[in-house]
Write a protein that binds this ligand. Sequence first.
Ligand SMILES: Nc1ncnc2c1ncn2[C@@H]1O[C@H](COP(=O)(O)OP(=O)(O)OP(=O)(O)O)[C@@H](O)[C@H]1O
Ligand SMILES: [Mg+2]
Length: 310
Amino acid sequence: MNSIEISHLTKKFGNFVSVDNISFNVKKGEIFGFLGANGAGKSTTIRMLCGILAPTSGDATVNGFSITKETEKVKKSIGYMSQKFSLYDDLTVGENIDFFGGVYGLYGAQLKARKEWTLEISDLKGKENLLTGSLPGGIKQRLALGTAVIHKPAILFLDEPTSGVDPISRRNFWDLINTLSSDGTTLLVTTHYLEEAEFCHNIMLINAGKIIAGGTSKELKSKFIKGKILEIESNNPVTLMEDFTALPFINDISIFGKKLHLFVNELYPGDEQLRKIAYTKYESEIISVNQITPTLEDVFIHLLEGSHVK
Ligand SMILES: Nc1ncnc2c1ncn2[C@@H]1O[C@H](COP(=O)(O)OP(=O)(O)OP(=O)(O)O)[C@@H](O)[C@H]1O
Ligand SMILES: [Mg+2]
């Protein structure tokens, strides 16, 4: 069963096409990663799916409701944590929770129960009189998540919820995301942290408004990374990267700090031969060669920087 079905969705701002004829589905209860570089069209897509921004053409259903014809029903089905946190810094924790609870139509005993829950998941029990603006980033983000789901929506949109928070808080935040998903909530999440994308059940990659790849992390890796990936360390990786591009057994090269990732094909002559070629042909010493398992970063760099691909 699909929670979201997107069909030929397009958004233009003047002549500029921000979202270009995209179509895909999101299954009920899954954590769906919507990934792409800055300006790719992620937030614009989310705003259309939340019923905040009207598409130029195309349509989508969210929880079975059309985003163009049943906007109010869509809004009742969803929670949305926008890229800039939606909380009011000058309200206390308790006031923010009451405010969002009220916006979503909660009151009385129900609001009280959900308020307790929100305080609990944000580690803010007994601290509802603190000013929201004074909270540490990780806590504030959990509070923002709590208020976004205070009305128990079927579908939750999280637009870069973890940007700018420390790794431990990010890990804790993902535990919360997993709990919501196990309870049946559908989550569409954007992130620039590709290690977080590994936690998603399904991934869609958007670039310049167009969908360029989709699938599980495993599917993407096996589809786009053929052959082996070797990580090599050398004394001059940048020049070696340029020199190696011409070699017939190398399909693609990416640089990761001081290391290079070589995508080699069946012509690869072996580690010793590689060292020899580097040394005799290019006067470069290779310090180490290790075969690595591909990461999503390898996949995305490969897809987005097609210029190195032969
Ligand atoms: N209201 C607007 N008017 C004009 N152009 C816009 C508007 N909103 C977005 N854009 C443009 O549409 C493109 C996609 O923007 P969007 O915010 O959806 O990207 P994004 O993938 O969310 O990027 P980021 O990772 O930086 O948040 C960008 O080039 C942006 O400048
Ligand atoms: Mg964005």
